[in-house]
Design a binder for this molecule. Structure first.
Ligand code: ADP
Ligand code: MG
Ligand code: ZN
Length: 477
């Protein structure tokens, strides 16, 4: 029987505010353990939380960017449970009245566009961090993270494959980064995901029983874990069994999921409104102010790249997937570079270089205007595209301009027909067999001759001119 996968994701994004959500402690990562703490985030009796206005503003940004309806009044609730990283014995979260609901995010997978519903976005506080001693039966508690602000973004069960889940996550991260409200770093834990997955016979409307996957800390693992879990559920159903609703952990070392616990229900948490916090009232003026401050978002930017720069959809998608990359591309075009070659260069050589050196977009070694200069040298025939790659690497390594490197190393493209004709004449004389073969119809040999000319001129020959001259001298087609 053909089955269909149904996936819904709960994503937690840490917000980049300076201070925590309910106290003035620093929310910065990486301080010595338990140095960013105070009576409020330590859960001392009698201390009172005060909501950080910036957290609301950041949550509003995300809510508006994903087309959510904003609640004029929302509320914080206590989610009660015991764990050593939760000193109060409850987490302050939003429950029945979240700040935002009914949004959507568009994703593209294999050229196919799909809209994924966002059920809700709510604000909550993070818990502390436990570390377990590998050698002794000792665990340590660091409460620096307790009270760091999070937004939880809950999707509708609209995703139909692990690949769509991956695309959705990447899209959320892109939006968060455009909005400059979260680092969106999965490996470092500032962007975390719980994946709910079920399968059902194709065509059936009712949802199947789901399992929830936790402990997935990279984009690659999300897709791997979902593939594994879908296959596991399929085997159960095909054997006539039933999927049990439960929470599973992904173990990347073993490449499998295993059961962590039975699924808890909302009522297990004894949610109730937090009496220490006032209802949160958001008026239209505030919403408008936040809306005015939103940057151009990735989808809008992508459409503009297609319309204004005439780029293919694919290029527009890649370039706008990171705000810094898009900014870089636009700076390059503003400095005179032709759009498509700039796009190619950024997606190919530049991304390759960043990846090889494990750099991020905020540390691009070649300024946009310098790349523009290089692209213009190719465009006007001063250097060949092949040589340009060498020049680019040299620019990245030395910080010199393209023109300086070209002059210094004598890399000017040879576009002089007489000079090239002399080279070609020599090559034809040295390869009489190939010339005869070409003339008797093996015209594929043209590539061989072009290669010889390039070798002889150390890549500097103007390829178009070489092609023309070779055809002329060899005769035939
Ligand atoms: P919980 O109380 O466990 O958080 P929710 O109803 O809030 O449960 O749903 C959590 C996530 O699970 C949502 O993203 C939702 O889309 C998804 N989900 C709910 N039911 C299913 C299902 N049967 N199959 C797959 N995903 C589901
Ligand atoms: Mg949930
Ligand atoms: Zn504090």
């Amino acid at each position: 029987m053909p089955f269909e996968a149904v996936i819904g994701l709960e994503v937690h994004a840490q917000l980049k505010t300076r201070t925590k959500i309910f106290c003035g402690c620093s929310a910065a990562f990486g301080a010595p353990p338990n140095t960013h703490v105070c009576p409020v985030c330590l859960g001392m009796p009698g201390s009172l939380p005060v909501l950080n206005r910036k957290v609301v503003e950041y949550a509003l940004r995300m809510a508006l960017a994903t087309g959510c309806r904003i609640a004029g009044a929302s509320r914080f609730a206590r989610k009660n449970y015991f764990y050593p990283d939760l000193p109060k014995g409850y987490q302050i979260s939003q429950y029945e009245l979240p700040i935002a609901e009914h949004g959507a995010v568009d994703i593209t997978v294999d050229g196919k566009s799909r809209r994924i519903g966002i059920t809700r976005i709510h604000m909550e506080e993070d818990a502390g961090k436990l570390s377990h001693d590998p050698d002794r039966p000792v665990s340590r508690v660091d409460l620096n993270r307790a009270g760091v602000p999070l937004i939880e973004i809950v999707s509708e069960p609209d995703l139909r494959s692990p690949e769509e889940a991956g695309a959705y996550l990447r899209k959320l991260r892109t939006i968060l980064r455009y909005l400059d409200i979260s680092d969106g770093n999965m490996e470092e834990g500032s962007f975390r995901c719980d994946a709910n997955v079920s399968i059902r016979p194709r065509g059936q409307a009712a949802l199947g029983t789901r399992t929830e996957l936790k402990n997935i800390n990279s984009f690659r693992f999300v897709e791997k874990a979902l593939h594994y879990e879908i296959q596991r559920q399929r085997e159960i159903l095909e054997d006539g069994g039933q999927v049990v609703q439960q929470t599973c952990l992904w173990d990347d070392a073993q490449n499998r999921t295993y059961v962590m616990r039975g699924k808890e229900e909302a009522h297990d948490y004894r949610y109730f409104p937090d009496p220490d916090l006032l209802p949160l009232v958001i008026d239209d003026a505030w919403i408008e102010t936040v809306r005015q401050g939103l940057p151009e978002l990735p989808d809008a930017r992508r459409r503009r790249y297609v319309e204004d720069f005439g780029l293919p959809d694919y290029d527009a998608e890649v370039l706008t997937s990171a705000r810094e990359m898009a900014d870089y591309f636009e700076a390059c075009v503003a400095a005179g570079a032709p759009a498509k070659p700039a796009a190619n260069w950024i997606m190919g050589n530049l991304l390759g270089l960043l990846k090889a050196e494990n750099r991020d977009f905020d540390r691009i070694p070649v300024p946009a205007c310098a790349l523009a200069e290089l692209l213009l040298l190719i465009d006007d025939g001063t250097i060949s595209g092949k040589i340009a790659k060498t020049v680019f690497d040299e620019m990245a390594a030395s910080g010199k301009t393209a023109a300086a490197i070209v002059a210094e190393k004598g890399l000017l493209q040879i576009s002089d027909a007489d000079e090239l004709a002399a080279v070609i004449g020599g090559i034809l004389a040295a390869n009489p067999g190939q010339v005869a073969a070409y003339r008797s119809g093996k015209t594929k040999l043209l590539g061989f001759f072009v290669g010889q000319v390039m070798k002889e001129t150390r890549g500097k020959a103007n390829p178009q001119l070489v092609n023309d001259l070779l055809r002329e001298k060899l005769g035939g087609s």
